[in-house]
Design a protein around this ligand. Structure first.
Ligand code: SF4
Length: 503
């Protein structure tokens, strides 16, 4: 087992006097080669310079296979720099996630950035299977559990065994750059849920709208959250900027106005390189002034000389405010503070939602008129195999017709405005959206299908992000319930209602 090394990243980030700089490394497919050599060279130079406190390492970025972040993490650690491993959930189920957490602990790789991840794309012989067994809130809860509890949970094999407590330093991501109210409110609700689940720091999505960056800081201050927030500053080349502008990078917005600037700058002798670096330096200065705890730097075609130039300039600009010069908003963007929405607005609920909600409450709430009879029938069905089958078929028929039900056995319809996330969301997110939507459309079906959580926002009650303690994450689904009756599982206490009460 590796000897614990000093966690420079953690020490820097928890020290409120320091402005922490991290840099994102993107290992490609394969275990070596020129790309990796360049990355290691950059890291060596950064170590001598000392300003970068951690290198974050992506985990199969863009949904494509790449070198595992633990591998490059160990190389970076051996150089004496803190690695910050991205830990995404698109390719691993909960057991693989737990297994990799133990691996990280064994190698003293304790800084993790927890994220759902982009939808899997091309892999060996075609598109990979999207896993998403846990979402980021659920993985953060697992990490929090490993941080604070030493015993394996009740009912698990080996429950008598004590696990070592693991002092992970785990962060999460959020996008303040969504253009629609429905997308943005959900992003903030999910952020607050992630913090409730144990996130210890936050890194924003990359963006170029300075009011949005400011809004994120103001939100955490309004909520009296004492958690370091790191702003993502990305320096794209012109080619990458064009791709981002077309909406081809999940969840990323690069406005037309900024692209036009970059096209004009590209006419200069250096093809706009210095202008791009200076813009990033000004952004860093403005973000520092706003109160960010640090920046998460990234870019393509950056070597250490360019990074060093950029950081030097950011220090010079620190004495002046540069916010207006680097503010590139999307037209018609919704802003939280402009809307002055401190409490949820009262709005008329759609008829369909109201009917579903009424029926649900009468049948499944203990005080509902139909609850006693529904429970009695369900208990009878549990005792008779034939009746059980008929009961399950009846449930399937009703819910398939009404909600496109997939019989997952642990129904969360009531928690998502009576829309089914198992059939409506390609990542099966049950605790709020991923970060991949663009202008309200799903990351997986751009300009075709609205994000499931956007539809849920308009169909049900507005999520309440002003009461932090009311935000709870649904536990992971128990896969032994798949294809069984969720009604029976509810009345027998096997579904998430029953399991929530056990913890
Ligand atoms: S429906 Fe929304 S939450 Fe689900 S994958 Fe698409 S963008 Fe993400």
């Amino acid at each position: 087992m590796s000897q614990p090394s000093t966690n420079i990243f953690r020490e820097s980030l928890v020290n409120k006097q320091e402005f922490t700089i991290t840099y994102e490394l993107v290992p490609g497919r394969g275990s070596g080669g020129k790309k990796l050599d360049k990355i290691l060279e950059l890291a060596e130079n950064a170590k001598d310079d000392g300003r970068i406190k951690a290198f974050s390492i992506t985990d199969n970025p863009g949904g494509h296979p790449a070198l595992a972040p633990t591998s490059l993490g160990l190389d970076i650690q051996a150089m004496g720099i803190s690695p910050l491993l991205h830990f995404s959930l698109k390719d691993k189920n909960r057991n693989m996630a737990e297994s990799q957490l133990f691996e990280c602990h064994r190698h003293d790789l304790l800084n993790l950035l927890v994220l759902g991840g982009d939808y899997p794309r091309y892999g060996y012989h075609g598109q990979a299977m999207p896993v998403f067994d846990l979402d980021s809130t659920q993985l953060l809860s697992l990490i929090d559990h490993l941080r604070h509890h030493s015993a394996v949970e009740k009912g698990a094999p080996g429950q008598a065994m004590d696990l070592p407590r693991i002092d992970f330093f785990a962060g999460c991501v959020v996008s303040p750059f969504k253009t629609l109210e429905s997308e943005q409110v959900w992003q903030y609700v999910k952020l607050l849920t992630k913090i409730q689940c144990g996130a210890q720091f936050v890194i924003s999505q990359l963006g170029y709208d300075m009011i949005k960056y400011d809004e994120l800081i103001r939100l955490t201050r309004d909520q009296h959250l004492d958690i370091p927030i790191i702003a993502n500053v990305f320096v794209p080349s012109l080619i990458v900027a064009r791709v981002m502008n077309k909406g081809r990078v999940p969840g990323v917005i690069l406005p037309d106005k900024l692209l036009q600037h970059m096209e004009d700058e590209a006419q200069s002798r250096d093809k706009g390189e210095e202008a791009r670096l200076l813009r990033a330096a000004k952004m860093i200065a403005a973000l520092r002034e706003m109160g960010y705890a640090g920046i998460h730097l990234g870019g393509n075609n950056l070597d250490f000389d360019k990074i060093s130039f950029l950081l030097d300039k950011a220090e010079e600009f620190n004495r002046k405010g540069q916010r207006e010069e680097v503010h590139f908003p999307e037209p018609f963007t919704w802003y939280l503070h402009e809307d002055c929405r401190r409490t949820p607005k009262k709005r008329k609920l759609p008829f369909l939602f109201s009917v579903n909600d009424l029926v649900h409450r009468q049948v499944f709430n203990k005080t509902g008129i139909l609850f006693p009879i529904a429970k009695k029938i369900s208990l009878a069905a549990m005792k008779n195999q034939c009746f059980n089958r008929l009961y399950t078929m009846f449930e399937h028929l009703c819910k398939k017709l009404l909600f496109h039900c997939r019989m997952c056995g642990d129904c969360t319809l009531a928690e998502s405005a009576y829309l089914c996330p198992q059939s409506g969301c390609p990542k099966r997110m049950v605790n709020g959206p991923c970060g991949g939507s663009l202008n309200g459309f799903c990351e997986v079906y751009p300009n075709q299908r609205l994000c499931f959580w956007v539809r849920s926002y308009h169909r049900g009650r507005e999520p309440d992000c002003h009461d932090l303690h009311a935000l709870k994450s649904l536990p992971p689904k128990d896969w032994s319930l798949d294809r069984t009756s969720s009604w029976l599982n509810y009345f027998s206490g096997k579904d998430h209602h029953g399991r929530k009460n056990q913890h």
